[in-house]
Write a protein of this length. Structure first.
Length: 267
């Protein structure tokens, strides 16, 4: 595993040298973060993915482990991938044929105040089983990005059609580039250091219970009718952020990547 990590790091550093990325403004969305009392802390990633996705989940976990403030570890899944229900204190990573509903991938984050309490990342095999998206580049980009959102990271760039900046937190129509947008870049790691530069008096990492209203985890979050209001839309609506507010500081956010030219909705 260490050899694979070093090879990935070498490729990432080579890409940075060949294609220096511009410095972007911070991409910490809304000040949301996991509460914890020390660094580095470990976020469990529940493996609710099919065999076709295991490799990409492993690479994404290794990539984010280059952060100095957080680690990830892959554990047995805790949910039916089709329903992809959250588990308190960790991230469930799911893949399934969610239907021709218009979304390629999404991340959903449950927060209490400014603290993330649980999250899910979902990849829609209905589209990833098509020639357009059934490629290593698209699979790695979306897996890496949706997991990155669950740490509190936003996108560095949201234009699908400009040049890649060499991070999975960049939207693109060509994940392989060059430079490749399949992995985080140094700015992502720097931003995580900023996000997690302070400590909290409590922790939400690994906690088996939280104070979220029961409905926040029990309702069906599979389509936009259940995601609340759209609070940000970019690229002519191809990328959106939704907020569902339960009151008392309890919210669920949904980051979604729409498939170009597809009808949107839950089927």
């Amino acid at each position: 595993m260490k050899t694979k990590k070093m090879m990935v790091l070498f490729l990432m550093l080579s890409a940075f040298a060949a294609f220096p990325a511009p410095s972007y403004a911070d991409h910490w969305w809304g000040g949301y973060h996991w509460a914890r009392t020390s660094n580095p802390f470990t976020v469990k990633l529940g493996d609710d993915v099919s065999a076709a996705w295991d490799y990409y989940l492993s690479i994404a976990s290794d990539d984010w482990n280059f952060s100095t403030v957080l680690n990830t570890t892959i554990v047995d899944g805790g949910t039916n991938p089709k329903r992809c229900r959250p588990t308190s204190g960790r991230v469930e990573v799911c893949t399934s044929t969610y239907g021709k509903n218009g979304w390629l991938g999404l991340a959903q984050i449950w927060v209490s105040g400014k603290h993330i309490t649980q999250a899910v990342s979902k990849m829609n095999d209905t589209y990833f089983n098509t020639p357009t998206y059934n490629t290593p580049g698209w699979r790695q980009l979306v897996m890496c990005q949706e997991i990155g959102h669950t740490f509190g990271l936003d996108h560095q760039d949201e234009n699908f059609y400009n040049a890649n900046i060499g991070t999975c937190m960049d939207y693109t129509s060509n994940p392989l580039g060059p430079p490749s947008n399949e992995h985080p870049n140094q700015h992502d790691y720097d931003e995580l250091e900023i996000i997690y530069s302070h400590f909290d008096g409590t922790t939400t990492v690994g906690q088996t219970a939280n104070n979220m209203p029961p409905a926040a985890s029990e309702i069906d979050f599979s389509g936009p009718a259940q995601w609340g209001r759209s609070i940000r839309s970019t690229n002519s609506g191809r990328t959106e952020l939704f907020e569902l507010d339960f009151g008392g500081g309890h919210k669920v956010f949904t980051f979604v990547i729409w498939v170009e030219g597809e009808e949107r909705g839950h089927r």
